[in-house]
Design a protein around this ligand. Structure first.
Ligand code: ZN
Length: 204
């Protein structure tokens, strides 16, 4: 085989390598964090423990961890304000190369519900949900309620990017409520979510 006939093969290899690197480069660089509820919408509430405060504090901790990893972070709210659901999903659709992570705390009547769970709507959100759920369980040792499909507005209307909604434990459960009132425990939850996102990014 002479040099001229091998050149197309070399060019073809370069093309394949470029496409491969291009597909890697398309992996997300922006994380949209969506702390649930806000202002008059307290979310789950027992006494003075409000889901809106827990979700915002947790999201801020995740934000700091992701920024340390060099990721861009967009918050749908960074204060105690009310943001309509359609504005949250509009933010979820505003960025390319992004993922959307909504952060909530749970509630069940009777107070016996416990554990963490992560929801996705479109199949492209499943893997992200699985990573976050696995790391959240590993980091907190909370009951694993699993990865589930659901139709919550923010994950149903965020169509452009992988979108998940994380339920970080039950405000209505006295044992979990006592734990989530400590910054140390909310830091663990944030680490679980952030580590799940980072592991998902590395696996892309
Ligand atoms: Zn909620």
């Amino acid at each position: 085989m002479n040099v001229t006939s091998s050149r197309p093969q070399v060019l073809w290899l370069i093309l394949v390598a470029t496409l491969f690197l291009g597909s890697l480069a398309k992996a997300f660089d922006t994380v949209i964090l969506d702390p649930g509820h806000g202002d008059f919408d307290r979310g789950a509430a027992i006494g003075y423990v409000y889901e809106k405060h827990l979700a915002l504090d947790t999201a801020r901790r995740v934000e700091q961890l992701l920024k340390k990893e060099g990721l861009k972070v967009v918050m749908t709210r960074s204060r105690d304000v009310f943001i309509p659901l359609q504005d949250r999903s509009a933010t979820g659709n505003r960025y390319s190369n992004a993922i959307f992570v909504s952060i909530h705390y749970n509630y069940s009547r009777g107070g016996s519900g416990n554990g963490v769970e992560t929801f996705y709507h479109f199949s492209k959100g499943y893997t992200l949900a699985a990573y976050i759920q696995a790391y959240l369980v590993q980091r907190t040792r909370m009951t694993n309620r699993g990865v589930k499909n659901a139709s919550f507005h923010v994950i149903r209307k965020t169509e452009r990017n992988p979108a998940v909604l994380v339920e970080c434990g039950f405000v209505s459960n006295p044992t979990e409520r006592a734990r989530m009132l400590t910054g140390e425990f909310r830091a663990r939850i944030a680490e679980g979510i952030a580590q799940g996102i980072i592991a998902y990014k590395r696996a892309k």
